[in-house]
Design a protein around this ligand. Structure first.
Ligand SMILES: [Zn+2]
Length: 89
């Protein structure tokens, strides 16, 4: 095994530890929850796999609401879905 080892983060949907580059980061900044494509925003973060199954599951289980202990607007899930459709990595 060679190469850079990426830090692992836990997906809120499937509960697995996944390398950061295979996850979307959602962050709470000043009480507002939003998608953090830079993965560098200050604040409490939660992570979900870059696959439609996990995103759908996170939406269904309201995993982000639980992770942040606050209602999360569906805009957040919608923007993640949009990123998935755009195929951004
Ligand atoms: Zn997952």
């Amino acid at each position: 095994m060679t190469g850079k080892v990426l830090p692992l983060r836990k997906c809120v949907a499937c509960g697995q530890m996944i390398p950061k580059d295979q996850l979307f980061r959602v962050v709470r900044v000043d009480g507002k929850v939003q998608l953090d494509l830079s993965q560098k925003a200050q604040g409490r973060g939660a992570w979900v796999c870059k696959n439609p199954q996990c995103v759908a599951l996170a939406e269904k289980k309201k995993s982000f609401n639980r992770a942040f202990k606050t209602p999360v607007s569906e805009e957040v899930i919608n923007s993640i879905k949009m990123e998935l459709e755009n195929g951004s990595r």
